[in-house]
Design a protein around this ligand. Structure first.
Ligand code: DON
Length: 303
């Protein structure tokens, strides 16, 4: 298969819709991103990497980090985590507070903000450095030593993070955070503010395509945990648009408000597309269009 030709066609398909999205502005440091920027990369399980457009331009990974914190927490023996966070779609916006009270401080899934805060808390307990664990994993899988938190974005998130602070304090009141709230929030903001490019994320996503095995052949996750993460990505990775994403793209995937979407093709590889313009749910308009075209045009699908 000529992957480069395939990626170029998907980029051409996405280009006309790029201006339809709006960069996230509730985190001021993200608001100035160019909605017409676009990049896309594909990495295969056996180490081939291809990319088009601005595939080597770092962007804010935001909620894509939640996939890696979950993988790391489970890898460090965090399966009791599933008593503290559910695995059902929420049907609500990613930063909603509504369900937490009626569900006694147990978030619906690990990919909405409340659930990700619980996972970060668990990873902090297990490793002592949740943000550092994510950065190390991304650096090791991609070979890009420069991957790091963008502190200007992290500060911007912290300064405007009232909803996340409310979610964290509320869960703490139910005993569902074990570390001090301010520590959990700091690690959460700093993991979301990591800057990486499409190539880096596609390569790191291959852990899930290899059913839990890292690029160097060592195992990060049990095969069962990799299967479960892919399943929860499919049902919850793109929030209350997970049904639309499954319909249009048909892959486990995780979006972030920086405009990236990382999609996993189990047994084959991972594809990351990026464009900062978001739809009202918070998913990138251009990345979604490109991934839809990609899975339509190729046999890279789980369906
Ligand atoms: O906590 C937040 O709101 C952001 N740091 C992450 C949200 C996000 O990326 C949701 N994705 N679509």
């Amino acid at each position: 298969m000529d992957y480069l030709e395939l990626l170029n066609k998907s980029m051409d398909t996405a280009k006309p819709v790029l201006g339809r999205g709006t960069p996230a502005d509730y985190i001021p440091a993200l608001a100035c991103a160019d909605p017409y920027a676009f990049g896309m990369a594909l990495a295969t399980v056996d180490g081939e990497v291809h990319g088009v457009g601005e595939w080597r331009t770092p962007f804010s990974i935001q909620s894509i980090s939640k996939l890696f914190t979950l993988a790391l927490a489970l890898a460090h023996g965090g399966s009791p985590l599933w008593q503290r966070v559910g695995r059902e779609p929420s049907g609500n916006p990613f930063n909603s507070l509504i369900q937490l009270e009626s569900e006694q401080g147990v978030p619906r899934n690990p990919f909405i903000n409340a659930g990700a805060l619980v996972v970060t808390d668990a990873l902090l307990t297990l490793t002592g450095d949740a943000r550092g664990a994510v950065v190390d994993l991304l650096r090791q899988e991609s070979g890009s030593e420069g991957i790091d938190t963008d502190l200007a974005v992290a500060e911007s998130e912290a300064a405007h993070g009232h909803r996340n602070a409310a979610l964290a304090h509320f869960m703490a009141s139910f005993g569902n955070l074990h570390n001090p709230v301010d520590d959990v929030l700091k690690h959460y903001f700093e993991q979301c503010s990591v800057a990486a490019d499409c190539r880096d994320l596609a390569m790191a996503g291959c852990i899930l395509a290899r059913h839990g095995v890292r690029g160097d052949g060592t195992r990060l996750l049990g095969r069962g945990d990799a299967k479960r993460i892919n399943a929860v990505l499919l049902t919850c990775g793109t929030y209350d648009a997970a049904g639309e994403f499954a319909y249009r793209v048909g892959l486990p995937g995780k979006s972030g408000v920086g405009g990236g979407i990382l999609a996993i093709v189990p047994g084959r590889g991972a594809v990351c597309a990026w464009s900062p313009g978001l739809d009202p749910v918070g998913n990138s308009v251009g990345a979604m269009a490109a991934l839809e075209d990609f899975t339509h045009r190729s046999d890279w699908s789980v369906f």
